[in-house]
Design a protein around this ligand. Structure first.
Ligand code: 4AD
Ligand code: MG
Length: 507
């Protein structure tokens, strides 16, 4: 008999198969045990019927505990109601290992508890789905760049160079010297692009972000393409194609994962078919501050409308709760009562989220109103801007003071640098930062001095401008930010198997 994975069951309709996996959930009926088994490739309901298996096997099913490992034999039966469209009618069941007192039950747990048990939490269905989406995104990224003729390169983790400012450096020792964990592979990528034409790095990067936010990790994975003979317009064209490619690929290949995550993918279609709005920084600031209207409305008007809608929605949900509670009080059957109680709990949760929005919208309005031209966009400014468009935005031509030392100064306006940030919609904000690189050696030296970086450490980098300097550009995509957006997660911590962030090093 063939040993199969749950993901392969569609090829075994009506056949007897052997499966191995773990029990994730269980329900009992009269003479029946309904086991939900997972094997890493998927989830499946396995029915153990007292009259169809021997007594010992039925006893195993009856007393099976969460996360015990089993091996079983059974027939693959089509059942449209089931996830995946199949179930297994078990004929033999063998216990491999009994799990006792698994800490993560099917009741709700606090997130800190789950993070402390991350090594086990990864087995849960949502986490399973997220990790598989992450895997698919990684695969799609390699496919995209390899298909476009890019050469993958590995940049060093130990480095003597600060790239993205000196405030987020992790310092370490390197034999007798001081060294840093890399913040970005870009500078090395530029050197390699001069050797290969088009390259991309895909590696871990480190930033000491001493604050707890929903979008910052201390260790994250970045994809950094770098292209010789590219200007920033070509760079933006590439970014747009790249993001569309990932969305298309994930949508086609992660159907059940996105279903588990209850991710509405209609926005992906809109993005795949749409054109990303490209806003100069100046224009973006005007939009933000309500000087420019989008679709006939200013940001402030849009947010005030959102606020009113939130209030209405809260009221509406509160009324629904009252109605459901009244119905329960009148006396209903047990099943109906459970249904109503569930509905009430969901509504209460929704209200909690709406209350959060109610609290932050005035903060957003405030931050939009008080934004000062010349400063960097903050998280809430990004949220407000993306609220105005249902597509990723590309904000380009930034005041050079807020950008890194290597950004190319705009020939037409010396105050601006040819950088680009891509802001993801649905409130996610920056997922990509990039731009054209400064080719003028004198300007670069001046910038390195202004940023108070040690010139000696950058001598090798300046060589790239001394020997056949060419226009070039590139960008960095934060993998975890992309995963968070694609899966529509509230927090970046769930996008990586073992997150490293301020206040967490274990497990
Ligand atoms: O905008 P950043 O700092 O740009 C660079 O590092 C450039 N050297 C990239 C390049 O042009 N080659 O970072 C790029 C992206 C951000 O847009 C964000 O998605 C992600 O990296 N990122 C983080 N992700 C998670 N946690 C953090 N602390 C992050 N910091 C940046
Ligand atoms: Mg950035």
């Amino acid at each position: 008999m063939e040993k199969v994975l749950i993901s392969q069951l569609t090829n075994f309709k009506g056949k007897e198969v052997r499966l191995s996996g773990w029990l994730t959930n269980k329900r009992s009926g009269k003479g029946l045990e309904f086991l939900i088994i997972r094997d890493g490739s998927g989830f499946i309901q396995c029915i153990v019927d007292e009259t169809k298996v021997n007594d010992a096997d039925f006893q195993i099913a009856k007393s099976l505990t969460q996360e015990s490992s089993v091996s079983l034999v059974g027939q693959v039966v089509k059942d449209e109601k089931q996830i995946g469209g199949f179930e297994i009618h078990v004929s033999k069941l063998e216990l491999l290992h009994e799990s006792k007192g698994y800490p993560i039950t099917n009741k709700p747990h606090g997130v800190e508890f789950l993070m402390d048990n991350r090594h086990l939490w990864l087995r849960s269905k949502r986490q399973w789905a997220i990790m598989r989406v992450r895997n698919r995104i990684i695969f799609a990224i390699h496919n995209f760049f390899q298909g476009e003729g890019f050469v993958q390169m590995d940049s060093p983790v130990f480095t003597g160079n600060a790239v993205e400012g000196t405030t987020t450096l992790f310092e370490t020792t390197y034999y007798e010297d001081k060294a840093y964990l890399t913040q970005s592979g870009q500078l090395y990528g530029e050197a390699m692009a001069m050797a290969m034409g088009k390259i991309y790095t895909f590696g871990p990067t480190f930033r000491a972000e001493k604050s707890k936010t929903r979008r910052h990790l201390s260790e994250f994975w970045m994809i950094e393409p770098e292209m010789a003979f590219y200007d920033n317009d070509m760079n933006m064209d590439l970014i747009e194609r790249f993001i569309k490619y990932i969305l298309k690929d994930v949508k086609a290949n992660c159907i059940s994962e996105l279903e588990v995550l209850e991710r509405d993918t209609s926005i992906f279609d809109k993005i795949i078919e749409g054109t990303f709005p490209r806003l100069t920084y100046d224009y973006a600031v005007d939009v933000l501050k309500g000087k420019e209207k989008i679709n006939g409305k200013t940001t402030i008007e849009t947010l005030e409308n959102d606020y009113k809608e939130v209030l209405l929605e809260i009221e509406n949900k509160q009324n629904q709760i009252l109605e459901a509670e009244a119905e329960i009080k009148q006396g209903v059957k047990k099943g109906k009562q459970n249904f109503l109680q569930n509905k009430i709990d969901t509504l209460k949760n929704d209200i909690k989220e709406l209350e959060d929005r109610k609290r932050v919208i005035p903060e957003w309005i405030n931050s939009a109103n008080s934004f000062e031209y010349g400063s960097d966009l903050g998280g809430s400014d990004e949220t407000v801007l993306t609220r105005m468009f249902d597509l990723p935005l590309m904000v380009y031509n930034w005041p050079h003071e807020v950008k890194a030392f290597y950004m190319k100064r705009d020939d037409k306006n010396k105050n601006l640098a040819k950088g680009v940030d891509v802001l993801a919609p649905e409130g996610y904000g920056e997922i990509v930062g990039g731009g054209e690189r400064e080719t003028n050696e004198d300007l670069l030296i001046q910038k390195i001095e202004e940023h108070q970086l040690p010139m000696k450490a950058f001598e090798w980098y300046l060589d790239l401008r001394r020997f056949g300097s060419v226009p070039h550009a590139g960008f960095g995509l934060g993998l975890e930010r992309m995963v968070a957006w694609v899966c529509k997660l509230k927090h970046i911590r769930e996008t990586i198997p073992f997150p490293r962030m301020y206040g967490r090093l274990f497990p």
